[in-house]
Design a binder for this molecule. Structure first.
Ligand code: NAD
Ligand code: 2VS
Length: 486
């Protein structure tokens, strides 16, 4: 069986401890590979390699050369598209139809976009008077922040990891990546692409393992890491923030959400149903931007519930290679336990189960997988855990509202503030409501439409900082002002 090793200083290496853990295919529960678990020793070697690489050829490389290497990385991902696709779908169980349109192309785009951007973003300069009349000139320059610790989740593994590694390398940093223990394969494969593209040893390093008391914690506790970028749960973000406080290291946190959809009676119903189907069920509901609570204006509530039910019941659950399937399993049986505990809470709380609510019957060869039904509820009170907690499954609670003010208040009622989707053909209303929603990303008549130049991140407990466009460059560089007395 294949074993997945760390990638440190340009070499694939195993753990000194010999500790391995299972990588399980969520489609059938079978072990697909064994993964080396990093101890402090491997994490230390990776961080030191990254530190040394800053002072090596990478640190001295002209910008044009660096960015052309990053274009080669993107081309390398595209050249091995099918391998990346296969690996991502084995680790996550997601439909190939989705990963081939979203995950893998974005993995390549994340390198190209930021390589081009860093070449075209100006810095500022200010002339100032001085008492002796000669004046002074201030100008700002960008320098890499240093060694960046990248800690990424399992839901969009290649997409979310490269969303950080792309701009970090474009800005001249070096990285140590700790991918999710659930989905190590595409990050490991990226090491080969980096090597072939001519990325110098030590610039891109990967250590595998778990979070607490494992590779994740060892990385955040390592004093030579200069900054951390993390995507994952809010609770994990708190732990990482504490670790980063030691030594005053910078952080960028993209955290959990419990995003609201708002559907007004003046929406285009077809668009609202199509968009809500995606925002509730895409990637088996495992998208941080998903809408697990949707508020619908009362006059169209019954119609909306009926149409969403019909559409949800039309979803085809199946394994990645089933070309008709548009819903895969959850990432693991453990995650399914969590999601099913909320399905039970909904029942206990007196919800009306509009559709789903359990585990589908699957053919024998798939019976060991983490399959789950897409689920719609109505009738729960706003304080119930199903409405306040991020479940991260293919489920949505629908609730009617009467006024615009009430809809805004409901959307803003939770301590999260990642994203929201508003459905209305009244453009004045859409702008007015969008301006009042407490979230970092608002979509009007769309969902998960991404322009990589835009600010991306959450407010309240959904994160700190923004990445995307110049905001990524802000995080991954130190801005230095040079003041010259003339
Ligand atoms: N805001 C966003 O952009 C965004 C995007 C995708 C996912 N998410 C969030 O991610 C979560 C799902 O992902 P997950 O379950 O993998 O999240 P998670 O927080 O459990 O794990 C994320 C990563 O952190 C590591 N980790 C866990 N504990 C750690 C510790 N103590 N120290 C260092 N590293 C540690 C894990 O091993 C993994 O690599 C959801 O909450 C989702 O909303 C947010
Ligand atoms: O699950 C969360 C999805 C996040 C998406 C991005 O970070 C992105 O599109 O850049």
């Amino acid at each position: 069986m294949k074993d997945i090793k760390h990638y440190i200083n340009g070499q694939y290496v195993g753990s000194a401890s010999g500790k391995l853990f299972d990588n399980v295919n969520p489609v059938n529960g079978k072990v697909i590979s064994k993964v080396h678990e990093a101890g402090r020793e491997e994490v230390d070697a990776a961080v030191r390699a990254a530190k040394a690489a800053l002072r090596g050829t990478w640190g001295k490389m002209p910008l044009d050369e660096r960015t052309s290497i990053l274009h080669k990385v993107a081309d390398g991902i595209n050249a091995r598209f099918d391998e990346f696709l296969e690996a991502e779908c084995l680790d996550t169980g997601k439909p190939k139809s989705m990963a081939s349109h979203i995950d893998i192309p974005r993995g390549a785009a994340n390198f190209k976009v930021f390589a081009d951007m860093i070449k075209n973003v100006p810095t500022e300069s200010f002339e100032m008077p001085t008492p002796d009349g000669t004046g002074a000139l201030n100008y700002a320059v960008r320098r890499p922040k240093g060694v960046i610790g990248v800690i990424s989740p399992w839901n969009l593994p290649l997409l979310l990891m490269t969303w950080k590694v792309g701009p970090a390398l474009a800005c001249g940093n070096t990285v140590v990546v700790k991918p999710s223990e659930e989905t190590p394969t595409t990050t490991a494969l990226l090491g080969e692409v980096m090597q072939d593209a001519g990325v110098p040893d030590g610039v891109f390093n990967v250590v595998h393992g778990f979070g607490g008391d494992s590779a994740g914690a060892f990385l955040t506790e390592h004093p030579l890491v200069d900054g951390f970028t993390f995507t994952g749960e809010t609770g994990t973000g708190e732990v990482i923030m504490k670790a980063a406080a030691r030594g005053i290291r910078d952080i960028s946190l993209e955290l959990g959400g419990k995003n609201a959809g708002l559907v007004f009676a003046d929406c285009d119903m077809d668009k609202a149903i199509e968009g809500t189907m995606r925002s509730a069920f895409a990637n088996c509901g495992q998208v941080c931007l998903g809408t697990e609570r949707v508020y619908v204006e009362r006059s169209i509530f019954d119609e909306f519930v009926g149409r969403l039910k019909e559409a949800a019941e039309g979803l085809k659950i199946g394994p990645p290679e089933d070309t008709e399937a548009n819903m895969g399993p959850l990432v693991s049986l453990k995650h399914r336990e969590k999601v099913l505990s909320y399905y039970q809470k909904a029942l206990d709380g007196g919800a009306t189960v509009v559709t789903g609510g359990g585990v589908p019957d699957m053919p024998e060869e798939l019976a060991g997988g983490a399959w789950i039904q897409p689920t719609i509820w109505t009738g729960l009170p706003e304080h119930s855990a199903v409405i306040t907690d991020e479940i991260f499954g293919p489920c949505v609670h629908l609730c009617p509202f009467d006024t615009e003010e009430e809809a805004i208040e409901l959307a803003n009622s939770l301590p999260y503030g990642l994203a929201s989707a508003i459905w209305s053909e009244n453009i004045t209303r859409a702008h007015r409501v969008a301006g009042q929603i407490e979230a970092g990303i608002i979509w009007v008549n769309s969902w998960f439409l991404r322009d990589l130049r835009t600010p991306f991140g959450g407010s309240k407990q959904s994160g700190i900082g923004r990445e995307g466009g110049v905001h990524s460059l802000e995080f991954y560089t130190e801005m230095k002002n040079i003041c010259v007395k003339l």
